[in-house]
Design a binder for this molecule. Structure first.
Ligand code: HEM
Length: 336
């Protein structure tokens, strides 16, 4: 097939996947910009892009694009080296920074890939992946001893950017991205072979401006997120605290409802009233401790993630249920 068998076909695939990746990166920097100007809305966006079918389809498509782009990049580099030997670059009429980037595209790509691995471990693995595998509280990422829910992007920013090495690694990645994207635009225009003396320089300028704006925005974001994380803004801002309180109150309601619906099922499974009482006692003994532990955890969460907001009514209900369970199983040790 032309797209795999000819050199120009392979370059075309690089250009096409490259354009899609540029569009993704542009969308991504704009999404991060929401975190700068309206952090609570950022959490809503993160929730929207969780483990829903449309977000999963987009993530899978993106992964395929990255893989094709990387595989073809290695293939083209090997092919060029074989064809040209030591004299790998016959064309030298390039601006100096394009010339430098051109010789180092593979290395720049590897630096970006290394950044991506760190980045996905810090964000994707703690967000979409946790939602996908329906992670329990006990295995979620931890902030001051409390679990961070996958949709709370601002708390993930707090976790990632309170590490001082994070902005350093990110800014190295962004600089590599600038050279890589800038040369990518240049290379794509040459692959398309549009030798228009007026539009070629204009498009190259547009590519350079586009890349510079995207990368400068990423750098500004990394700096602001670091300053905010160091000042603990993401756990002290009152609007964010309200949002966390609401999230956890909904969680408490779900937890309480699930516990009672499971207990009702266990009781209804037997007919005799005496046996029902025993079934209830057995259920509470079996599942009650876990409920009490989670109730205690919710109490710690309220102190760490929203200390300035009164927990909602479902929080109170959970604490009350926990106390009743304590009495039922003869464990009077109650959460603080
Ligand atoms: C300040 C810089 C950045 C921040 C704060 C940031 C933050 C995030 C966040 C919160 C997610 C969502 C994870 C999820 O919901 O699963 C994410 C995903 C991702 N980011 Fe970034 N990002 C930054 C820069 C970049 C750059 C420069 C690239 C690429 C070169 C990139 C590539 C990705 C990819 C591939 C994903 C996975 C997307 C998916 O699951 O579909 N990020 N990032």
């Amino acid at each position: 097939m032309w797209l795999t068998s000819s050199s120009i076909g392979r370059k075309f695939v690089m250009a096409l996947t490259g354009i899609c990746l540029v569009l993704f990166v542009t969308f991504h920097v704009l999404m991060n910009a929401v975190a700068l100007i309206w952090p609570t809305a950022y959490n809503v966006v993160c929730e929207f892009l969780g483990a829903n079918w449309y977000a999963l389809v987009a993530s899978a498509g993106l992964a395929v694009l990255f893989i094709i782009h990387i595989v073809y990049a290695c293939w083209l580099t090997l092919q060029n080296r074989k064809a040209r030997g030591a004299d790998r670059y016959a064309v030298t009429s390039r601006p100096p920074q394009v010339e430098w980037a051109s010789k180092n595209m593979l290395v720049l790509g590897i630096v970006i890939l290394a950044f991506l691995v760190v980045h996905l471990i810090q964000f994707w693995a703690k967000m979409q992946w946790q939602e996908l595998r329906h992670a329990e509280l006990a295995v979620l990422p931890v902030l001051d001893g409390t679990p961070v829910p996958p949709a709370m992007g601002t708390l993930m920013l707090q976790l990632a950017f309170s590490e001082i090495w994070t902005p350093i690694v990110y800014i190295i990645g962004f600089i590599a991205l600038w050279f890589h994207m800038n040369h990518g635009f240049w290379s794509m225009l040459h692959t398309v072979g549009w030798n228009n003396n007026v539009w070629m320089p204009r498009l190259k300028k547009i590519g350079c401006w586009w890349t510079s704006i995207v990368v400068l925005l990423f750098i500004a974001q990394a700096v602001v997120f670091t300053v905010h994380a160091q000042n603990k803004y993401y756990t002290t801002d009152s609007a964010l605290q309200e949002q966390y309180a609401e999230y956890w109150d909904n969680y408490a309601e779900k937890m309480q409802n699930e516990f009672f619906s499971e207990m009702t099922k266990a009781v209804k499974a037997v007919n005799d009233p005496m046996a029902q009482r025993t079934a209830q006692q057995e259920f509470v003994e079996k599942s009650g401790r876990q409920f009490m532990e989670e109730a205690q955890l919710l109490d710690s969460i309220s102190k760490v993630q929203f200390p300035g907001v009164m927990p909602g009514k479902n929080f109170g209900n959970v604490q009350q249920t926990s106390m009743q369970i304590g009495y039922m199983i003869g464990n009077t040790q109650q959460p603080n």
